[in-house]
Write a protein that binds this ligand. Structure first.
Ligand code: HEM
Length: 609
């Protein structure tokens, strides 16, 4: 999919939730509240995050085949662009010559198109202002200015000059970039009916099997159905309650492993990511499949893969695949130029992902055939999702795995980094924890009683927004944003990082100050204080799980250990990848605050609530 011709306009038909169980969370009345946008707000302020129904749009995916990718792993077009100049340089000579021969023609077409476009835009809606444009060069537009690896930062810098809403050109495409919470909210909520679809890069089209997953689909019947499935079975409040044991085990295991490591290697720094990543991946497999996975035989590859190798195929390789550049994305009129090596590479990623996910599902089918049912997404999909094809089930199971395995890690690592860097704030958090927990081990039951813990979590999401740019949306009809005219065919980049760095919204936005969320402006239970989870009908389905895991882990690991950064780690804040992975894993020195026996003893039943 992904071609314009398949987009259909559909009138918004606001309706009740569609049996989808969405987290019910109190929302703030503060400036960042999406109120009626995300959902309906009741009089008491309780806000249930329901996806309102939109007029039916036929699903084109019922028979599509098998490729996927995660929302978090495909955030920004700018990241995709980072490699473009290198890729162009490595083109075969014949291709390069063909492109060179076309450049004059393209230049002419570009100028002509720009003029006509301007006239059309003004003619169509003369009441609205034209968008400010970041000056670029003919043909490339602003592509050459997005070479560096952090487009969200470039976008934020441009906002200083051009304001919170402006347009850029990436080759032949126009992208409207939004950098303030107010205008982002307008795009996600008020104007959603005009910009509810996505136009994917070639790589993403292959890897998502033409938008065949919750996070990458257009807002249609398929999306509503599969979002309901994932919420009811994995991510909604009831499912999270049922799956609580997995999260408790994760926190318990990490604390014990860190303690063993510190006792066994007292002089070595701790690479927290190594422990957390492993446990988080185990949890994501358990939630998706029901069983623990140590290894799996993959018939199509003729080999048995270990858990680490499965992680590589299902998570790491797919992240790389998602940012592979096909320069033809920016110059659709050059689609005819072959790029076979590139296509083969992406298809290979997709093939391996499908083979491994199918092997994992096959194991569960064997289990189910013995009469052993488990509370898992796979069990549900195989049993109940009769309208889905086998390939679609493969993709949806894979989606649940990759989405759980990445962004929660990023948030937790950055939070512990900030706490290790700020000993006074860490001490404050520790004191708050002890006041509430005493000699009990901190669990999820304590989180609501420790506002400073929640403030640490939200301030980390704000400063280190794990998905810095929302996967691009697409305006399928003329619309407006921030009082500017936005022509049909524009792509919309919501720069979450830019919104969270807005000086009008946050004082000293570059500083990490959890206290800013304790000043009474924000409802403590509001999961959406910052823009980090997006908003509106496409709000992150995993926000509840991410906050439970991250808060419980941060709290417990500060309760059990004193964290200090290793020498030289103070300003090690560089990021990599589409999500804001810390480029260098945090290296910390840990000092246990309790005896080994205390850390190893099982967690007590907690009777708070
Ligand atoms: C701190 C952690 C996380 C952050 C910051 C985050 C952020 C986001 C953002 C910004 C979006 C895009 C919203 C849009 O397109 O407007 C999104 C979508 C989504 N996320 Fe997350 N996410 C996190 C964790 C998770 C987890 C743990 C899961 C699942 C296990 C998950 C599942 C999803 C799904 C299914 C969607 C698509 C929702 C839709 O299109 O309707 N996320 N997330």
């Amino acid at each position: 999919m992904g071609s314009l011709s398949t987009l259909r306009l559909s009138a918004v038909n606001p309706g009740p939730a569609i049996g989808t169980e969405q987290p019910t969370i109190r929302t703030t009345t503060g400036a960042l509240s999406f109120g009626q946008g995300i959902v309906g707000v009741d009089r008491g302020g309780a806000c249930s995050l329901r996806a309102a129904a939109v007029g039916p749009r036929p699903s084109h995916r019922q028979s599509s085949s098998s490729f996927v990718v995660s929302a978090e792993s495909m955030a920004s077009v700018g990241m995709v662009l980072q490699d473009l100049p290198r890729k162009m340089a490595s083109l075969p000579a014949s291709t390069a010559a063909a492109i060179g021969g076309f450049s004059l023609l393209l230049l002419f077409a570009y100028i002509l198109k720009g003029r006509v476009g301007q006239r059309q835009g003004q003619g169509r809606n003369s009441n609205l202002r034209p968008l400010p444009e970041v000056p670029g060069v003919p043909v490339l537009g602003n592509l050459h200015q997005l070479k560096e690896k952090k487009p969200h930062k470039t976008f934020t810098n441009w906002a200083e000059t051009y304001g919170p809403v402006y347009s850029i050109k990436t080759g032949a495409s126009t992208i409207v970039v939004l950098n303030s919470a107010e205008v982002a909210k307008e795009a996600m909520v008020t104007r959603y009916s005009s910009i509810s679809s996505r136009k994917l890069s070639k790589a993403l089209d292959i890897l998502t099997s033409s938008k065949c997953m919750v996070a990458m689909s257009d807002y249609d019947e398929f999306h509503k159905m599969v979002k309901k499935y994932i919420l009811n079975n994995v991510l909604g409040p009831s499912a999270q309650k049922r799956l609580r044991g997995n999260r408790d085990n994760l926190v318990e295991n990490i604390s014990k492993q860190l303690n063993d490591f510190v006792n066994g290697h007292p002089c070595e720094p701790v690479n927290f990511r190594r422990f957390f990543q492993n446990e988080l991946f185990a949890l994501s497999l358990k939630q998706a499949l029901g069983d623990e996975v140590k290894a799996v035989y993959v018939e199509e590859l003729g080999t048995t893969l270990s858990k680490d190798e499965i992680f590589k195929v299902l998570v790491l390789d797919m992240m790389h695949g998602a940012i592979e550049v096909d320069w033809r994305d920016f110059f659709p009129y050059l689609q005819w130029v072959p790029n076979k090596a590139w296509e083969d590479k992406i298809k290979q990623y997709a093939f391996r992902r499908k083979a491994v996910t199918n092997a994992l599902i096959r194991e569960q089918k064997k289990r189910i055939a013995t009469g052993k049912d488990l509370d898992s997404y796979t069990d549900f999909l195989l049993r109940e999702a009769k309208t889905l094809t086998e390939d679609q089930i493969t993709i949806l199971v894979w989606e649940a795995i990759i989405e759980a395995a990445d962004t929660t890690l990023i948030t937790t690592e950055w939070a512990l980094y900030e706490l290790a860097k700020n000993p006074l704030k860490q001490e404050l958090l520790y004191q708050e924890i002890q006041k509430v927990c005493g000699s009990q081990k901190l669990t999820e039951d304590h989180i609501a009683k420790i506002p400073y813990l929640s403030a640490v979590f939200h301030e980390t999401l704000r400063k280190h927004s794990p998905v810095p740019v929302v996967p691009l949306r697409y305006a399928h009809e003329d619309t407006e944003l921030g009082g500017y005219f936005v022509p049909a065919g524009s792509q919309i980049a919501i720069n979450i990082y830019g919104c969270n760095m807005d000086k009008n919204q946050y004082e000293n936005p570059l500083d990490w100050i959890p206290e800013r969320f304790l000043d009474g402006k924000y409802d403590e239970a509001d999961l959406f204080k910052t823009m980090a989870f997006g908003g509106g009908k496409r709000v992150c389905a995993g926000a509840l799980q991410a906050s439970l895991i991250s808060c419980a882990a941060i709290g417990r690991l500060v309760q059990d250990f004193e964290w200090r950064l290793m020498e030289g780690e103070q300003d090690n804040e560089d990021t990599i990848s589409l999500t804001t992975h810390k480029l260098h894993p945090m290296l910390a020195k840990l000092k246990p605050r309790r005896s080994r026996e205390e850390i190893m003893r099982p967690t007590e039943e907690v009777l708070i609530r």
